[in-house]
Design a protein around this ligand. Structure first.
Ligand SMILES: [Zn+2]
Length: 351
């Protein structure tokens, strides 16, 4: 049987920086095909999959997870055959020097160049170089060869391979392949009392772009965004600062972030379901980050939207960590919460 972890590993390893999500789309398709009506890809690259309901309600529910990850893109070439790069999405730039990366559709290996410590002067060791000072070495011997192998526009992602590590899973892009994994699981479950559309969206990391299109197409009554969010549960300089989320404490429900505020009745519904079912959960520290909910809730006449996320340590870096128990609890929470939307008679609008 394919487990959540197996699927997470496959999706984590797939390269897919914003705007170049094909490999992720190709990996997801066979995972959902037998459970949904023919999935289709829209004009921006979202993978949209409708799961027929059992006919008791005409409600339309949209569940999304974004396929893209932060990465780099080739923006030029040096005289000796290295690649100049720019960032795609907000990436931890100070961590880049010395990393191995995967370049382009052909998955060419590359190394982010770093000045040998013997040659670095003292001042430069204290300061992390910006991305404009870094180059990617793909072993090309000339500018022409580098241009041919990796022309301007070629996407680059971290080369991190997924692995189990103690009680956690370690890998790249859990933001948001954890959400994609959860959405695959939800689409593979029993039919809901109404139609549920899963949208695997593009270009979240550069401005919540694909989700805007998906929400317009689906015109849902309610939307749920599945995410991987930051778990900064590490020792802090100021002990009064609380963590945004913590690993192992269950899925994190958003009350407010920088992109939207959850309708109170929808927030209460998810908390009530978690309490009733004994599912661990946490409320994400309000005011931090933004998700596809930011564009979905403003679509058409407005869509009540909530975000539920798997806590991830070291998000937007070459390697992040999650607990499978948090991912499994997220799937269960969302599954039950969606089933109970009609049973609990949610108002589905503001009073
Ligand atoms: Zn995300």
């Amino acid at each position: 049987m394919t487990t959540l972890t197996d699927r997470l590993g496959i999706l984590s390893n797939a390269p897919g920086s914003s705007g170049n999500e094909s490999a992720v789309r190709r990996a997801i398709r066979p995972m959902i095909e037998q459970h949904v009506d023919a999935p289709h890809v829209d004009g921006v690259g979202n993978l949209i999959a409708r799961k027929a309901g059992n006919g008791t309600s005409s409600l339309r529910v949209l569940i999304t997870a974004h396929m893209d990850e932060v990465g780099l893109m080739v923006v030029g070439h040096t005289g000796d055959g290295d690649l100049r790069v720019g960032t795609v999405g907000s990436i931890a730039e100070r961590l880049l020097p010395g990393l191995t990366v995967t370049v382009g559709e052909e998955a060419m290996p590359g190394v982010i160049g770093v000045q040998a410590i013997h040659r670095a002067n003292k001042g430069s060791l204290d300061k992390a170089p910006g991305v404009d000072q870094l180059t990617v070495d793909i072993g090309a011997s000339s500018k022409d060869e580098a241009k041919r192998l990796a022309p301007v526009g070629t996407p680059i992602v971290f080369s991190t391979q997924f692995e189990k590590m103690g009680n956690v899973c370690a890998g790249k892009a859990f933001d948001d392949r954890a959400g994609c994994t959860a959405l695959v699981a939800l689409l593979g479950g029993q039919p809901f009392p109404f139609e549920v559309t899963g949208a695997f969206t593009v270009q979240e990391e550069v401005g919540l772009r694909g989700a805007r299109v998906a929400a317009y197409t689906v015109a849902p009554d309610i939307a749920i965004v599945l995410e991987g969010t930051l778990a900064d549960d590490l020792p802090k300089e100021d002990s009064d600062v609380s963590s945004t989320t913590t690993l192992g404490s269950g899925p994190a429900i958003t009350a407010m972030d920088r992109s939207y505020i959850t309708p109170p009745w929808l927030l209460r519904h998810f908390i009530q379901v978690a309490e009733d079912e004994g599912i661990p959960y946490q409320i994400k520290q309000p005011g931090i980050g933004g998700t596809d909910a930011g564009s979905i809730h403003q679509t058409r006449a407005g869509v009540p939207t909530i975000t539920v996320a798997v806590p991830c340590r070291y998000i937007h870096s070459p390697i992040s960590l999650i607990r499978e128990s948090d991912l499994a609890a997220l799937v269960r929470l969302v599954d039950v919460a969606v089933r109970r939307i009609t049973a609990d008679g949610l108002p589905l609008q503001h009073t």
